[in-house]
Design a binder for this molecule. Structure first.
Ligand SMILES: [Mn+2]
Length: 379
């Protein structure tokens, strides 16, 4: 017997988006649509069970129309859906999981492990709920799956801890307990970075990661694990489901002479790395390198040029000004004196860190000779 499953977690529907300016509303909708997309994929792939390992919602306070949309998507699923609520969407008194959900949806409601048996596919699924923001006890302690002909899955939100430190307010999970559990697959949620598929004892387990990132602290492609499980067998594969991903890129723009040249170089390197659909992603571009004295870079202007081609990008100007030391002496005007003084200061500093402070001061000073300085012009 085999079962085809999909494993997703941490969708965080309803999450507030910060830092995306006019794109925030679109991005919010995309985070919700991720679930609809996953249901479509699972229908096409004919999965038997979709495991949702908590934090489907970002908060228990969710707009009703969003809850209805999620319930409708569940209703359109040709498979079973099992949910173990997490710390963001605990099974509290005001939980969106209260009230009626479609028949094919099983929601675990207690803060101890229980199981449900699907006789038709010979699959038993264990799960438990966070009842509040924290869960200090370990929800899979002392649980051992029966040894019979059922495939045993477990869906759980929690944090794997090493036995030495051994503490987490988010359902601490010990590897030894995974090893003893006898589950065939443990579908974990909470950690947004996808893990590989690990095995401990007879149990395969993984964090599939979140489905859509909401910031630059969380980079790269996101999605779900999908595949087959049977006794001693697991061929789950990562499937990218995210609409777009966040990336931070340092781009060396040494020697370039205008905002347009810089924007062109950025686009060229994005195409090279991400292909023709590079514009779908969300980027933070960090400009590095040396720019000749007298050439003014305007990060805001570069950003607006780029935003004709990409969904969203921030541009941070970390370039340094290349000082023409040979010509400093002949310029005895105020600007020349300033450069000379600062060049001396830079050379006097002993650490790179101190040098960088003076280089930045030189840059800001030189810009101020030409125009107003906006100190925070990186968004
Ligand atoms: Mn969580």
């Amino acid at each position: 017997m085999k079962v085809k499953i999909a494993h997703c977690a941490d969708l965080h529907i309803g999450a507030k988006i910060s830092g995306l300016g006019h794109r925030a509303a679109v991005r919010s909708a995309e985070i919700k649509n991720a679930f609809l997309n996953i249901v479509d994929i699972c229908n096409k792939e004919k999965v038997d069970v979709l495991c949702i390992s908590g934090d489907l919602f970002d908060d228990v306070e969710i707009i009703n129309s969003d809850i209805e949309e999620i319930k409708n998507a569940c209703k359109n699923a040709d498979f079973k859906i099992v949910i173990s609520p997490g710390n963001h969407d605990p099974f509290s008194s005001d939980s969106p999981y209260r009230g009626a959900w479609p028949e094919n949806v099983v929601i675990f409601k207690n803060d101890y492990l229980e199981s449900i048996e699907f006789d038709d596919i010979k699959v038993r699924v264990f799960g438990a709920a966070f009842k509040g923001r924290y869960e200090n006890k370990s929800l899979i302690k002392n649980v051992v799956a029966p040894k019979d002909n059922f495939i045993n899955l477990c869906v759980l939100h929690g944090e794997i801890v090493s036995s030495n430190s051994g503490k987490s307010p988010y359902n601490p999970i010990f590897i030894e307990d995974i090893e003893k559990s006898g589950f065939d697959y443990l579908a974990l949620g909470h950690i947004h970075v996808r893990s590989e598929i690990y095995k401990s004892g007879e149990t395969f387990y993984s964090y599939c990661g979140n489905t859509e990132s909401s910031g630059f602290s969380d980079l790269g492609e996101k999605g779900i694990y999908l595949g087959e499980i049977s006794k001693g067998f697991c061929n789950l594969k990562f499937i990218k489901t995210c609409k777009r991903a966040y990336y931070t890129k340092e781009i060396n723009v040494s020697g370039l002479k205008s905002d347009n040249e810089i924007a062109e170089k950025i686009i060229d390197s994005l195409i090279k790395e991400f292909g023709e659909n590079y514009g779908e992603n969300i980027y933070k571009i960090i400009l590095i390198g040396e720019i000749s004295d007298g050439i003014l870079i305007d990060a805001q202007n570069i950003k607006s040029i780029l935003e004709d081609c990409v969904f969203y990008c921030g541009v941070e100007d970390n370039t340094e000004i290349e000082i023409d030391t040979e010509n400093i002496d002949c310029k005895n005007d105020f600007r020349g004196l300033f450069i000379k003084k600062m060049a001396k200061k830079i050379s006097e500093q002993t650490t790179e860190e101190e040098k960088n402070v003076y280089k930045k001061a030189l840059k800001i000073g030189l810009i101020s000779f030409e125009r107003d300085v906006k100190y925070n012009n990186d968004n």
